[in-house]
Structures are given as structure tokens and as C-alpha cells.
Design a protein around this ligand. Structure first.
Ligand SMILES: *Cc1c(COP(=O)(O)O)cnc(C)c1O
Length: 352
């Protein structure tokens, strides 16, 4: 607290991201980054980048990147928005589309940034409880809300919702915006982008951080009806004209064009996830069915917090949430084969 702080700063309760130790000595399975490098085309684009271009501001509308994304997803450029990470895209969406008189709705167990944006933009919210098996029941999302946001697959549970249910949600709330946060969609869920033509209240948000191995690039995207995209642009152009730097734009475009590499990495993560899930089950963990690049687990007789601390001592970081309903669970990012092996070996010792 300081006498110089504005009223709202005093009231903020900022998001706390997973630890990013700078000494690089941990096996990092705590922030759902990819264990694999970005596409080799990204390294080439960086090597070939004309440094003199950094003298100039980038294109404020990122037209080349927007065009590439539109082509990739079968949309028009007017249906595409890009931002500095999907966290920024989400922040703009909260301000542009969810700041309404009625409270917005999101699951009680979900991405913990959502209540933070509500605090920042003074948006009222109600959380909707997941069922006993941590699933979303779309019938619990009552109409007359100020908007809805759900991650699909959900985080940190990893559980996906099928498109029929998403469509039901869109139909039940046609008067408000429904945001589907698809940060993990490429690892096993179906994207709602193909519903955009039919539903003017749908905004789909994706990121290059997870399935494109580019968390450090900071690139997030949104797809939706042109009116929703224009709302995001109005906020963006009142906040920062150039959220996408020239390097990020060049790297994102070549990454998008390397479909083979993208699929190969995704397949490998899915294969590792299935193997990891089976092995964790044999160690006595309940493993929730994951459609993402992490697994959410609970041990039958050991407290999650003590496993988290023991793993940290063994040089392995996983994510522990000190939050009711999930304070006995751990979220573990699916690493490379060898990282999974090291995790399993450490767990065997810890649980022995
Ligand atoms: C990782 C994540 C994001 C943020 O991704 P960035 O594009 O890196 O900002 C958004 N939503 C969910 C659910 C996430 O897990």
C-alpha cells in the first residue's frame, strides 16, 4: 500500500502465475509449456529477420498475420483478432464484451485469471459449481447472465466439453456473449470456430503458447462475429496500437504454415499423456480424463501439498492450488518422454 496508489490498485488481487525459476535447474511441469522447441521454421525466420525492420513500428492491424490465421481457420479477416498473449485478448474481451449489468458466469474451478479481470474491470460474477466428477453441466448456466466464459478443455481439470454442449450453451444465452477459451483445444477437444458463422454471440480465444510451443512469443487470438472483433479492436486501439511486435508476427506466420511439425508435436504430447496417465494410476493417483497437455490428479492417501513439496525438493515443479475443492489435487504438465520418466521415478520414491 502506498499513498500514491489509486483506489482500484488498492483493491486489486493480481493473478499469480506458476513459478518461473530463472536458474533453469528444475524440470518444469507447472505452467503447461511445451517440452519441444518451436517449429524449425521459426528459428529460420529469426535468423533471416531484417534487423533494420525493428526501426519501424509494426503494422498496427497485423494484417499479414490476421490474413494467415483467417486462411488457416476458414474465416474472414474481419472475424480475427490478435493480441499480446491470450491473457491480453481475454482482458480486452472482459472489458469490451462482459462489462454488463447482470453478473457473468464461469465455473467455480477454472482459470483463476477470470476473477482477476473481473476485479480489474469491476465486473460482477457468479461461479457455477462443477459436478462431483469435475464436469461442466451447461444446464446450470442460467440465461439472463452478463456473459459466460469457460475454458474448453477446462483448466485445471483438463476435461473437455463436446460441441453439442457448447451449442446448447450458446442457444440458452443468445442475448449475451459466450467466450470459449480454447488454450488447450488442440490436444483433444473440438474447436467451436466452426460455430462462428451461426452464432453472433460466440467468441473463441486461442493461443500460440501451448500447442505451438511459443509461450515466450506472446501471441493470442480471438475468432468471432465481426461486431465482436470490432469491439476488441476498439479497446485495443484505446490501449496499445502495436501489441504484436514485428518478430512475433514473422514467427507466428511461419509456425502456422508448418502443419506437419505442429501435428507431430501434438501427437507426441497426446501419446506421452496417455502413458503418463496410466503410470500415475498404477501409483495410486486418481487421474481425471485429460484432453489437454496436462493431467489433473489426486492421490488416495497422500496430501497433494506434501507431494508438491517433495517433488520440488527433487527438482521437479508441478502446480498446486491452495483453493477449496482442489487443494488435494495436482496439475502436472505433460513433458517429454524423459521428463515423464523422471517424474515417475521421483514419485515412486516419494510415495514408497
Ligand atoms: C495458458 C492459458 C491462457 C493464456 O495463454 P497466453 O496466450 O500465454 O497468455 C489462457 N487461458 C487458459 C485457460 C490458459 O491455460
Amino acid at each position: 500500500m502506498s499513498k500514491f496508489w489509486s483506489k482500484i490498485v488498492n483493491e486489486l488481487d493480481p493473478y499469480v502465475p506458476g513459478e518461473q525459476p530463472q536458474d533453469q535447474q528444475y524440470i518444469k511441469l507447472n505452467t503447461n509449456e511445451s517440452p519441444y522447441p518451436p517449429s524449425p521454421a521459426v528459428a529460420r525466420a529469426l535468423a533471416d529477420f531484417n534487423c533494420d525492420d525493428l526501426r519501424r513500428y509494426p503494422d498496427p492491424e497485423s494484417r499479414r498475420l490476421v490474413g494467415a490465421l483467417a486462411g488457416y481457420h476458414g474465416l474472414t479477416p474481419a472475424q480475427v483478432f490478435v493480441g499480446n498473449g491470450s491473457d491480453e485478448v481475454l482482458a480486452h474481451a472482459f472489458q469490451a464484451l462482459l462489462q454488463k449489468t447482470a453478473p457473468i458466469l464461469f465455473p467455480d474451478i477454472s482459470y483463476s485469471f477470470y476473477p482477476v479481470y473481473c476485479g480489474l474491470y469491476r465486473i460482477e460474477f457468479e461461479t457455477v459449481a462443477l459436478d462431483q466428477s469435475f464436469r461442466i453441466d451447461v444446464n446450470d448456466y442460467h440465461p439472463g447472465n452478463g456473459g459466460i466464459i469457460i475454458p474448453n478443455p477446462n483448466a485445471p481439470t483438463g476435461i473437455a466439453l463436446d460441441l453439442e454442449n457448447i451449442e446448447e450453451l450458446l442457444n440458452r444465452s443468445r442475448q449475451s456473449v459466450v467466450i470459449i477459451d480454447e488454450a488447450y483445444v488442440d490436444f483433444g477437444a473440438e474447436s467451436a470456430t466452426r460455430l462462428i458463422a451461426e452464432y453472433d454471440n460466440l467468441l473463441v480465444v486461442q493461443t500460440f503458447s501451448k500447442s505451438r510451443n511459443l509461450a515466450g512469443l506472446r501471441l493470442g487470438v480471438a475468432f468471432g462475429n465481426p461486431a465482436l472483433i470490432e469491439a476488441l479492436q476498439r479497446v485495443k486501439n484505446s490501449f496499445n496500437s502495436y501489441p504484436i511486435d514485428s518478430l512475433a508476427s514473422a514467427c507466428a506466420i511461419v509456425s502456422l504454415n508448418d502443419e506437419d511439425y505442429f501435428r507431430q508435436c501434438r501427437q507426441q504430447i497426446i501419446a506421452n499423456r496417455e502413458r503418463l496417465s496410466e503410470s500415475l494410476a498404477t501409483l495410486g493417483f486418481e487421474v481425471f480424463p485429460s484432453s489437454s497437455n496436462f493431467v489433473f490428479v489426486r492421490h488416495a492417501d497422500r496430501a497433494a501439498q506434501s507431494i508438491y513439496l517433495d517433488l520440488k525438493n527433487a527438482g521437479i515443479l508441478v502446480r498446486y492450488f491452495d483453493k477449496s475443492r482442489i487443494n488435494n489435487c495436482l496439475r502436472i504438465t505433460v513433458g517429454s518422454d524423459s521428463e515423464c520418466d523422471q517424474l515417475l521415478t521421483a514419485l515412486q520414491k516419494i510415495l514408497a
